[in-house]
Design a protein around this ligand. Structure first.
Ligand code: GLU
Length: 474
């Protein structure tokens, strides 16, 4: 084991994200990953992926795959890993043996029933329930006789006085008295190490310089610092990011809708928009709301992290996504919409109209799902609602619609020619533009609200327009 290190040169910045693969990558974890990633990139350091899979009963390979897919989707590239804690058990055993030998850890043979009785008695006396240190070696203390046939746990010999203080990157200085801390179990009777212990050994071995994580881990930090000190390890700096709240002020959970990052991919959000939105949840750079990833990296130096919890705001995410959709190149957008058309509408494209359809509709869409919904009308049957038909495709308009169908049948298929046809129909039928346009829109796309009529018609195949306008019956 190494001796305590006093850094003489600034440490290389090394951060990590350490998800437990017990489910999908949660938005909160994604945000922590983003902060850790951006921080490492800002300082030209390393970002590490560590899979904390020691909860064997709840960890699955599927969850690991999901986590990796989500990191890839958000383009949070890691420089090292994934490291799996279950593949490091030998290393933990070695460290525990070293601590036992050094006297910073000890065997404890207390059985669950004995611990229950201990806590019960403490409660009855009005004391806080805690391990009373009966197996903790002290100079001159007589330890109980080792019971035969029982496997001990290993406990960390936490300092009994003094306090642990760290200057949290987010919350500022935090101090916890050692009296508040139990002698933590670091290995179970079967020898398997416990959660807090694995984290410590990993952060040490992986030379993590900055631990950025959710503030549900604040209580673990003084214990982890004490163990790191006992190991003579250089301490990382800690930053505990407040949780994300749902719109009702409770911790964001499934109840509030999608909390899995990959659900947002399906729902038509762009990774760059997600990154932008997540970055603003609990961090700010002046009033900037829209910024590309390289700006985030340039700005993210660990300052300006909010002390109070951020609130999930679906409307704002939609707005951010809409801005990114609007700004995206049509060809790239069409690729994403192609996927949504296949997945949601079973549509396989046979021509190259989609980039132009995206160009025409993208500024009215918040997601690629919404864009695919529009695009679907150009490739698959549209069934206008009866109410829309009754409202817009009236007896007064149908002759004009038929006339338009006739003229379009003989029309060159470009916007100016189509516009000229429409004009002629208005002149000959005496209809007003809105009357004709609403009816045609409903027949073509099922809704009276679309971009300009000539632009919409041009993107249809001619035979589809003739057929849909021809279906105007009374
Ligand atoms: N595995 C922990 C979690 O998923 C993270 C622990 C840490 O970041 O130290 O909450």
């Amino acid at each position: 084991m190494s001796t305590p290190t006093t850094p003489t040169t600034p440490r290389r910045v090394r951060t990590r994200i350490a998800p437990s693969p017990t489910g999908f990558l949660h938005l909160g974890t994604a945000r922590t990953a983003l902060f850790s990633w951006a921080f490492a990139r800002h300082f030209g350091g390393d970002f590490i992926l560590r899979i904390e899979d020691t909860d064997v009963a709840r960890s699955t390979q599927e969850a690991v795959d999901q986590i990796i897919a989500a990191m890839r989707w958000l383009e949070l590239g890691y420089d090292e890993g994934p490291f799996y804690q279950m593949q490091r058990l030998d290393r933990y055993r070695v460290v525990i043996a070293g601590m036992l030998a050094a006297g910073t850890a000890y065997h404890c043979y207390c059985q669950p029933a004995e611990l229950d009785a201990m806590r019960e008695a403490q409660r009855a006396r009005g004391d806080k329930p805690r391990y009373d240190g009966r197996w903790r070696p002290e100079p001159g203390k007589q330890l109980p006789a080792v019971p035969s046939g029982l496997q001990p746990v290993v406990r960390f010999r936490n300092p009994t006085d003094g306090e642990v203080t760290w200057d949290d990157l987010v919350k500022g200085p935090i101090t916890i008295g050692n009296r508040e801390l139990d002698d933590l179990i670091i290995a179970r009777p079967d020898g398997t190490p416990t959660y807090n212990f694995c984290v410590v050994v990993d952060d040490w071995d992986m030379q993590i310089s900055h631990v950025i994580r959710g503030d549900d881990h604040v209580n673990n930090t003084p214990r982890q610092i004490n163990i790191l000190r006992a190991l003579g390890a250089e301490l990382p700096l800690y930053g505990h990011v407040p949780m994300i709240l749902g719109p009702d002020g409770d911790k964001l959970s499934k109840r509030h809708g999608a909390v899995s990052v990959m659900q947002y991919q399906e729902a038509g959000y762009l990774p760059e928009a997600m990154v932008n939105y997540l970055a603003r949840l609990g961090w700010s750079h002046g009033d900037d709301e829209l910024f590309a990833r390289d700006k985030l990296v340039q700005w993210f130096d660990g300052q300006h992290l909010a002390k109070s919890p951020a609130q999930w705001d679906a409307a704002k995410l939609n707005w951010v996504n809409a801005q990114y959709i609007k700004a995206m190149q049509d060809d790239a957008l069409a690729k994403l919409v192609t996927g949504q058309l296949q997945r949601l509408h079973g549509i396989e494209l046979g021509d190259n109209r989609l980039p132009r359809i995206c160009a025409l509709f993208k500024d009215r869409c918040e997601t690629t799902v919404a864009l695919a919904q529009w695009a679907a009308g150009f490739y698959a049957d549209v069934r206008p609602a009866q109410t829309e038909l009754e409202k817009h495709v009236t007896a007064a308009v149908v002759p004009g619609v038929r006339l338009l169908a006739e003229k379009l049948a003989a029309c060159a298929w470009d916007k100016p020619s189509i516009a000229a046809c429409i004009k002629q129909v208005l002149a000959e039928s005496g209809l007003k533009m809105p009357q004709l346009a609403m009816a045609v829109r409903v027949l073509l796309l099922g809704t009276s609200q679309t971009p300009s009529l000539d632009a919409v018609i041009e993107l249809f195949l001619k035979q589809t327009v003739i057929q849909r306008l021809g279906s105007a019956n009374l």
